[in-house]
Design a protein around this ligand. Structure first.
Ligand SMILES: [Fe+2]
Length: 297
């Protein structure tokens, strides 16, 4: 048997297995993943009836890769609840909500007063949620009308209020009336291995927090690339980032990235850049990043 035919035979077996998997996992018939699989089955049936051409083989390979990725992404985005699966909840533009605290406003006393907690949560955090929703809606409108005259302003608002909302959500959950002490297990091992000891970490974190210029945050972060912890400071939190998000596609617009060739014409550089985007890489980053899930509130 030629290796082409053998490949096609293997793909056909794989196709059957995918169908069985979707059925055994009770994937609803209306899910788009079924449509893609049906389309692929038709393609494979067509191929079976005649000798295979190289071009067709490339088409099959391409389609098989896409199907594989869609399957991965589908299963990564759903969650098991008892014996059934549900699609992971997502928050549409403009639909963030103020999270409830897991404890009473006076529960952190005497370390943080009830008055502070009430104001902080009900007024400050609420205003971040409101501001984030507004920025997202305005940018949605801009995309719809293809009018980006205020993109700079709303991107700032998106970063300021987005970081405010996400960091406060982490902050509330980082505290507990039964808190204090030291971490255990893998986290403690990581802290010891990188910072030397728990006390060294605690001193570093405390000093970083005290030395933040003006207002802001101290953060213990995990770097998926260095695969270790780090302590960072954030001055304010709105320097055009949303803490708690993961970059997927980035474009360097520092002058060193284009000036020699484009001079001050950043626009041409940006427009031309789309010709060399490696979507495979972005897709891979997306798949990996979407495996990380926090509860929305
Ligand atoms: Fe705050």
């Amino acid at each position: 048997m030629s290796s082409y035919n053998e490949y096609v035979r293997n793909v056909l077996i794989w196709n059957q297995e995918l169908k069985q998997l979707l059925e055994s996992e009770e994937v609803q018939k209306e899910e788009s993943i079924w449509k893609r699989l049906d389309k692929f089955s038709q393609l494979m049936e067509g191929v079976q009836r005649k000798p295979i051409e190289t071009e067709e083989l490339i088409r099959i390979q391409h389609e098989a890769e896409e199907l594989h990725e869609q399957m991965e992404s589908y299963f990564a985005q759903r969650q098991q609840l008892g014996t059934i699966f549900i699609k992971e909840p997502t928050i549409a533009a403009g639909e963030h909500q103020l999270p409830q605290l897991a404890y009473a406003y006076d529960a952190l006393e005497p370390y943080i007063s009830k008055e502070i907690m009430e104001l902080h949560h009900q007024k400050h955090h609420q205003s971040y949620v409101t501001g984030l929703n507004k920025a997202e809606e305005k940018l949605k409108e801009a995309r719809k009308n293809n009018d980006f005259a205020l993109v700079k302003h709303w991107s700032r608002e998106l970063a300021f209020h987005g970081s405010g909302h996400y960091l406060h959500t982490i902050f509330w959950n980082n505290m507990s009336p039964n808190g204090g002490g030291k971490p255990k297990g893998a986290l403690m091992e990581e802290i010891r291995s990188y910072f030397g000891s728990f006390n060294a970490f605690k001193n570093h974190f405390s000093e970083a927090a005290k030395a933040v210029e003006g207002v802001g945050w101290a953060l213990l972060v995990w770097s998926p690339r260095a695969r270790r912890l780090e302590v960072l400071q954030s001055e304010r939190h709105m320097l055009l980032t949303q803490w708690d998000t993961i970059p997927l596609l980035v474009l360097d617009v520092w002058e060193h990235a284009y000036y020699l060739q484009y001079k001050n014409n950043r626009g041409d550089y940006v427009d031309n850049w789309w010709n060399i985007v490696n979507w495979k890489d972005v897709e891979n980053r997306f798949l990996k990043a979407s495996e990380l899930k926090w509860r929305p509130y």
